[in-house]
Design a protein around this ligand. Structure first.
Ligand code: ATP
Length: 205
């Protein structure tokens, strides 16, 4: 199987995540794409982060109609912060013989050398790095292959870094949390069912 992993805080999930996930699933002809919300991301403190249960509910609502997308509790089940390298080791045990693609924005990938055991992580998975405005692509870590929107990549090289420069959904969860205070207009950034969930549960007030 070919499985991609999109980790993050998803506080909340938004159209930037969904556009990146759809592009990666099409270009790489994925069997499954796992959204793996962190319980607490290693680079953030738990204070101020919405309950993992609400964050999960929003991901579930957003991905329900996409057959390839899955919601994975592999990170959140640990009830603590978990490193990507641990998640990938565990994925290899659960899905032996599969190949993996780890999705990250250029903002996250820029800091890759600060991730725990990043060299080991690069042995465990290829990367699909998606453009995030304002963050240049880092090319000094591993061979980079630039991928076009119409590409179709059926053999994914382990240890390869693929770069998808055509992703251009300029939205961040930080902006959405600010915007939510106005109690309207979120439908421009998140699927309507996620906007409705945020209003109903008065998140980010
Ligand atoms: P915050 O604003 O709270 O830091 P975020 O919008 O960056 O949140 P995360 O859940 O932290 O969202 O992101 C998870 C992954 O998705 C990261 O690899 C990030 O780079 C990527 N990502 C987030 N937003 C976008 C976007 N608009 N376009 C492409 N990739 C994105």
């Amino acid at each position: 199987m070919r499985i991609a992993i999109l980790g993050g805080t998803f506080d909340p999930i938004h159209n930037g995540h969904l556009q990146a996930a759809q592009a990666v699933s099409e270009v790489f002809e994925l069997d499954e794409l796992h959204f793996t919300p962190a319980f607490v991301p290693p680079h953030k403190s738990s204070s101020g982060i919405t309950s993992a249960f609400h964050r999960f509910a929003m991901v579930a609502l957003a991905i329900a109609q996409f057959p390839v997308f899955r919601l994975s509790s592999i990170e959140a089940d640990t009830l603590k912060s978990r490193y990507s390298v641990e998640t990938l080791e565990s994925m290899h045990r659960t899905y032996p013989g599969s190949s993996f693609l780890f999705i990250a924005g250029t903002d996250m990938f820029h800091d890759i050398t600060g991730w725990k055991d990043y060299r080991r992580l690069l042995e465990l998975t290829s990367f699909a790095v998606v453009n995030r405005g304002g963050f240049a692509m880092r090319e000094d870590i591993a061979p980079v292959e630039v991928v076009s929107e119409s590409a179709s990549i059926s053999i994914v090289d382990q240890r390869q870094v693929y770069y998808l420069p055509f992703i251009n959904e300029e939205v961040s969860a930080t902006e959405i949390r600010e915007e939510a205070k106005n109690k309207e207009g979120l439908e421009a950034w998140v699927p309507p069912q996620v906007a409705a969930y945020i209003y109903k549960h008065e998140l980010y007030q």
